[in-house]
Design a protein around this ligand. Structure first.
Ligand SMILES: CC[C@@H](C(=O)O)C(=O)SCCNC(=O)CCNC(=O)[C@H](O)C(C)(C)COP(=O)(O)OP(=O)(O)OC[C@H]1O[C@@H](n2cnc3c(N)ncnc32)[C@H](O)[C@@H]1OP(=O)(O)O
Length: 253
């Protein structure tokens, strides 16, 4: 794989890391395919926890790769791309193993959606995270808002989505979106060390508690919500407001 790296930490953790530092770990079609492949490998290996992260210290993930997605002009073109990543986020949200987003840096747009799809979110102190899609004239379109309503209270979710602003680690922790802040010099080492208390337990314990978490989720309902979200986002995608906002980002100096 070229844009996604996989690393195993003993039999405890499989780390899946988006590796496009120079473009802040933005997601293009290749990353989508490789994330899917990585999840298949992680599902079959001996690990009991899957950690999703980005490479470097600056960004977890900057969402969809606007340098390529700017060429998706119509609702139909956008919907195809959104459905592809929406299926990956839904897969992650219902993954049989415990999933953790290790927020090593900034997460925006689809990057925040990716973090939301995981069961737990662990962050470095300098993280900023925002559902900035509103600034681009669109909504979340990968399932992120449907899943956000499952993760925090409706009021907090709505505030995060409507404000489209960036939140600090402190705020995210207070809101319960982030569950743990790691202050170690090596963030990832700190994350793995923290997760030791989980994976040193009998594997069956982790599997059973993850199954109880999944018992709480109404999958058909969440699936329907994600499809509605994709439909709405695809409609907004083809508007001039959206195309103009993307152009402005790509042409900023
Ligand atoms: C498509 C799905 C949709 C969804 O469903 O949610 C989305 O995800 S929409 C996309 C939302 N994402 C954005 O709007 C990201 C915009 N990026 C930023 O705001 C900033 O880049 C950052 C993520 C806050 C990082 O800031 P900083 O560390 O200061 O780096 P730069 O801004 O200088 O970026 C470095 C380099 O990377 C390019 N870049 C960053 N993000 C993207 C992106 N999402 N797509 C394409 N390219 C991106 C940026 O243009 C710079 O390139 P160069 O100028 O050529 O170095």
């Amino acid at each position: 794989m070229e844009s996604v790296q996989i690393k195993n930490y003993g039999t405890g953790v499989t780390l899946i890391q988006i590796d496009r530092k120079e473009i802040r770990n933005a997601i293009n079609e290749q990353v989508m395919d490789e994330l899917n492949q990585a999840l298949t490998l992680a599902e079959r290996d001996a690990s009991c926890i899957v950690v999703i992260s980005g490479s470097g210290e600056r960004a977890f993930c900057s969402g969809g790769d606007l340098s390529v997605f700017q060429y998706l002009k119509t609702e139909k073109q956008a919907k195809e791309m959104l459905l592809k990543m929406g299926a990956i986020l839904e897969r992650l949200a219902f993954f049989p193993k415990v999933t953790v987003a290790a927020l090593n840096g900034t997460a925006v747009g689809g990057g925040s959606e990716l973090a939301t799809a995981c069961d737990l979110r662990i962050a470095a102190p300098h993280v900023k995270l925002g559902f900035v899609q509103g600034e681009l004239g669109i909504t979340t379109g990968w399932g992120g808002s449907s899943l956000l309503f499952e993760r925090v209270t409706n009021q907090i979710a709505l505030d995060m989505l409507l404000s489209a602003r960036m939140y600090s680690t402190d705020e995210l922790y207070k809101q319960g979106f982030v569950h743990k802040v790691i202050y170690n010099a090596s963030f990832l080492e700190g994350v793995i060390e923290y997760l030791e208390s989980y994976f040193l337990q009998n594997k069956g314990v982790l599997q059973a508690y993850k199954a109880r978490l999944l018992d709480q989720l109404d999958r058909p309902n969440i699936h329907r919500n994600i499809q509605n979200e994709i439909k709405d986002c695809a409609k907004l995608w083809e508007t001039d407001v959206h195309h103009e906002a993307v152009r402005a980002f790509l042409n900023r100096s």
